[in-house]
Design a protein around this ligand. Structure first.
Ligand code: ADP
Ligand code: MG
Length: 339
C-alpha cells in the first residue's frame, strides 16, 4: 500500500501536543499548582469534582496576570519565565515551556480570572484555542483557573484514564506531594465538596508531614540536613520502624520541583539497606537546593525527570546525609545501627 506523507491538520497537532503535558486530571492539577507557585502564591486552593473530569479549579493569591497578557498566556509557547536559549540552562521557575495552559485549553473548557496590581480583575474564557472572550470581574489579587469538561474532545484519552475515584486519588497524591515540598505555602484540597487536605504555610515541614501522614508518622521522622559546596539538603526521613511496601512516599524535590531521579532513589534505598527488609521502603521528604545551572530540567515535557551536572556526587551526598541522620538517631537512642 502506498501512503502519502502529508502535514497533520491543526487539531491533530494540538491534541498530540496536549497529550504530552496533560495526560490525566492530576497532570492538570500539577501544572496549575506549578503556575501558582511560580507566581509567588502563599495560598493555593484546589477544588475538584468527579475526579477532575467535570471541574478542576485552582485559586491562588499570587501576583496575577496583567490583563494585556491574559490572551497571550493560553497561546502556544507563550511564557513570561524565560526569553532566550541561555535561560534554559539556569531555570529557577517550575514552568518555562509555555505550553501548559495552551495544552489545557486544547482539551477542556478553560476560564482564567486574574487580578494583577491595582488594575481591575479580568476573566478570559476560551471557547476554543484562538477563540476567547475577555470581561472585567471583581476579585481579590491572584489567579483563579477553572478547567471544565476535561478531554471532552478527546474520547480516546478518556478510555485510558481511571474512574473518578482513582483519578481523585492521584490528584490527592499530587497535592500532598506539593504540600510536603512547599511548607511555606498553605494548601487546601477539596474533592466533591469534602476537604481532603489542609496545610497552613507556616514553613514547618514537620507540620506538613503531620497534615499529610498523620501525627503518629510525624513523630517517627528524623531531620536530615547538609550544606556544603553549593548543595543544600533539608528534610525528614522515617525511622526504619515506619516503612511502606512501595516507593510512593519517597518525595524528592530539587529546588522545589518534585522529581524522580533514579540515582537518587537508589542512594536513598541504599542508605536504609541494612535497616529495612527487601521490598520495604522508607518515607522520605528531602529538598535539594542546587544552583539552577547544575540541574537540567529540560529533559521531558512533564519535567519530572532531571539530570545533574554531577549525578554521582549528588546521589552520594544524599545517601551519606541520610545515613548520618539515621546513625545519630540511633546513637541518641543508645542503639547500634546494624551494619
Ligand atoms: P509556563 O508556566 O511554562 O510559562 P503556562 O502555559 O503554564 O506556561 O503559563 C503561561 C503563562 O501564564 C506563564 O508564563 C505566566 O506568565 C502566566 N500564568 C499562568 N498561570 C499563572 C498564575 N497562576 N499566576 C500568574 N501568572 C500565571
Ligand atoms: Mg506553567
Amino acid at each position: 500500500m502506498v501512503r502519502n506523507i502529508k502535514p497533520l491538520d491543526q487539531e491533530t497537532i494540538r491534541q498530540l501536543a496536549a497529550g504530552e503535558v496533560v495526560e490525566r486530571p492530576a497532570s492538570v492539577v500539577k501544572e496549575l499548582i506549578d503556575n501558582s507557585i511560580d507566581a509567588s502564591a502563599t495560598k493555593i486552593q484546589i477544588y475538584v469534582e468527579n475526579g477532575g473530569l467535570d471541574l478542576i479549579r485552582v485559586v491562588d493569591n499570587g501576583t496575577g496576570i496583567p490583563r494585556k497578557d491574559l490572551e497571550l498566556c493560553v497561546q502556544k509557547h507563550a511564557t513570561s519565565k524565560i526569553s532566550s536559549p541561555e535561560d534554559l540552562y539556569k531555570i529557577n521557575t517550575l514552568g518555562f515551556r509555555g505550553e501548559a495552559l495552551y495544552a489545557i485549553a486544547s482539551v477542556s473548557r478553560l476560564r482564567i480570572r486574574s487580578k494583577h496590581g491595582d488594575s481591575p480583575g479580568a476573566e478570559l474564557e476560551c471557547l476554543s484555542p484562538g477563540n476567547t472572550r475577555i470581561r472585567t470581574v471583581g476579585m481579590p489579587q491572584g489567579t483563579q483557573v477553572e478547567v471544565r469538561n476535561l478531554f471532552y474532545n478527546v474520547p480516546a484519552r478518556l478510555k485510558f484514564i481511571g474512574g473518578p475515584t482513582s483519578e481523585a486519588s492521584r490528584i490527592t497524591s499530587t497535592v500532598k506531594q506539593y504540600a510536603l515540598g512547599h511548607p511555606n505555602i498553605a494548601f487546601e484540597l477539596q474533592i466533591d465538596g469534602k476537604k481532603q487536605l489542609e496545610t497552613f504555610g507556616k514553613g514547618n515541614i514537620l507540620d506538613c508531614i503531620g497534615s499529610v501522614f498523620g501525627l503518629q508518622i510525624r513523630d517517627h521522622m528524623i531531620p536530615v540536613a547538609y550544606e556544603e559546596d553549593e548543595i543544600e539538603i533539608k528534610g525528614y526521613v522515617s525511622l526504619p520502624s515506619i516503612n511502606r511496601s512501595n516507593r510512593s512516599d519517597i518525595h524528592v524535590f530539587v529546588n522545589g520541583r518534585p522529581v524522580s531521579a533514579k540515582q537518587l532513589m537508589f542512594a536513598i534505598q541504599e542508605s536504609y539497606s541494612s535497616l529495612l527488609m527487601v521490598g520495604r521502603f522508607p518515607i522520605v521528604i528531602i529538598n535539594l537546593l542546587i544552583p539552577p545551572e547544575f540541574v537540567d530540567v529540560n529533559v521531558h515535557p512533564t519535567k519530572a525527570e532531571v539530570r545533574f551536572a554531577d549525578d554521582r556526587r549528588v546521589a552520594s551526598v544524599v545517601g551519606r546525609t541520610i545515613r548520618t541522620a539515621l546513625q545519630e538517631a540511633f546513637s541518641s537512642r543508645d542503639a547500634e545501627l546494624p551494619q
